[in-house]
Design a protein. Structure first.
Lengths: 259, 199
């Protein structure tokens, strides 16, 4: 990419990979529900949205690859675990607990909407053009998951209890979505990733709190210290390796094959 | 297939809340291009209009490019066929959406709206509009205010390339890959033979 200064390429690829990796593994986790959704219609909807996540990941990998010359497949499947930049929240299994699956999606979908919105305001046109399309689709995801949050949170005493339990279990991982990436400041200063993580965190909390209020659910967030190293710097949970092995089974048979 | 799924146990009797029979049926119509009629797409069950539209968007809305969706509660439909008997109870005048089934076995297609005081009266009016013999096989009417609809700017069909979701996209992609694979394979065989001959 000729219009992208040399020193910004690596940090931008890093940022795009973080976004794509989040989408890839969230999509994969959600696709595990295919055939097991609570009712047939939701099974289809949830699988369809998981496919969307995969499509978003593919588009972001392609864009990252256009900067550093790797193919989308190589980026998605050809890295070692410590080279992935996803947050722990998309790695952990949901144990096929519907409340956990919905709560995880809820935190991630709202985060993704804000991140994609920042992408859509990027000074780098290929990114802003792509992100504008993805933002519109992401809004569909947010609408779907918000509907379930309210329905179950404000539903029966049992559904409420299960949702609150899932929130208590997942919310400590949710704030890790905000773990700072290396050299992010240079991208912000250059207008490639406008806005700030602090402002984004406030917006996210506000959006999440609004829906939780309607759902009669509560959450208490704690932010880790900036020195904590997690997914954004390649330190992952024990779940990423096995998941990657499974996802890459076919790719690794013949990495150069054109799928 | 995910290995995790092999370990999923079938849970029975875990829910303490008694199942509520709160889902109702909807007939879904999709509009492929702005200004065109809505075409019958299929049925689904949902708890309410919002959920019906969400489900319809992800299911019938992804079969092909489409710009609008209607979710019509099954019980709000009256028709000339015996499956949807028309009530003669007279109320205030309201708008009814008419759907025409052009021939036996075909899906219903949205047509005009009529003003009527009861479903039966709406059907009578629709019959008069489409009086030409052989013009339709059956008619449906539904009070317009009961039809849930997506808004003009709503995203249904996706912007990002998802041709793999479609049968035609899938067959095209797979054909290309097979051709590439076979070409590569035959090239390798050729090279092997070539080497044999050379040495």
């Amino acid at each position: 990419m000729p219009d992208l200064p040399e020193h910004l390429r690596k940090p931008l690829v890093n940022l795009l990979l973080a976004a794509a990796d989040d989408k890839l593994f969230l999509g994969h986790r959600n696709s595990e529900w295919t055939g097991l959704g609570p009712i047939l219609e939701e099974d289809i909807a949830f699988s369809s949205l998981a496919q969307d996540d995969m499509a978003h990941a593919a588009a972001l990998y392609e864009l990252a690859g256009s900067i550093d010359g790797r193919s989308a497949d190589e980026l998605a499947f050809g890295r070692t675990p410590e080279q992935y930049r996803c947050a722990a929240i998309v790695e952990v299994p949901d144990e096929f607990d519907w409340a956990t699956a919905i709560v995880r999606r809820f935190f991630c979908n709202h985060f993704d909407l804000l991140r994609l919105t920042r992408f859509s305001q990027s000074a780098w046109k290929p990114l802003s053009d792509l992100a504008r399309r993805l933002v519109a689709e992401q809004q569909v995801h947010v609408r779907h998951v918000d509907d379930w949050m309210v329905r179950l949170g404000a539903g029966t005493p049992e559904s409420h209890r299960r949702m609150q339990k899932a929130i208590d279990a997942i919310s400590p991982l949710a704030t890790e979505l905000f773990e700072p990436l290396d050299e992010l400041k240079s991208l912000v200063d250059a207008g490639l990733y406008p806005g700030s993580d602090f402002a984004m965190y406030d917006q996210w909390r506000e959006a999440v709190a609004h829906v939780l209020g309607q759902s009669h659910l509560t959450v208490h967030f704690e932010i880790g210290s900036p020195e904590d190293r997690g997914g954004r710097r390649g330190v992952h949970t024990q779940y990423l390796g096995p998941m990657l092995d499974e996802m890459c089974e076919v790719y690794r048979l013949e990495p150069k094959a054109a799928w | 297939m995910s290995k995790l799924r092999e370990k999923v146990e079938l849970i029975s009797g875990e829910l303490t809340t008694p199942p509520e029979e709160d889902l109702r049926g909807y007939v879904i119509f999709t509009q492929l291009k702005a200004g065109q009629p809505h075409l019958y797409a299929g049925y689904l069950d949902a708890a309410d209009d919002d959920m019906a539209l969400i489900f319809a968007r992800e299911h019938y809305g992804q079969d092909q490019e489409c710009v609008g969706i209607w979710a019509v509660p099954v019980e709000s439909i009256s028709g000339t066929d015996s499956t949807h008997p028309a009530s003669r109870d007279v109320g205030g005048v309201e708008a009814y959406q008419v759907f025409i089934q052009p021939r036996r076995g075909a899906g219903h297609v949205s047509a005009e709206t009529v003003q009527a005081r009861s479903p039966a009266e709406a059907i009578e009016q629709a019959r008069r509009v489409h009086a030409d013999p052989g013009k339709y096989y059956s008619l449906w009417v539904a009070p317009q205010h009961l039809i849930a609809s997506t808004g003009p700017g709503d995203v249904i069909w996706r912007f990002s390339d998802q041709s793999y979701r479609l049968a035609r996209g899938y067959s095209k992609d797979v054909r290309e890959k097979w051709t590439r694979f076979r070409d590569e394979h035959s090239l390798k065989e050729y090279e092997k033979d070539d080497l044999k001959e050379a040495f």
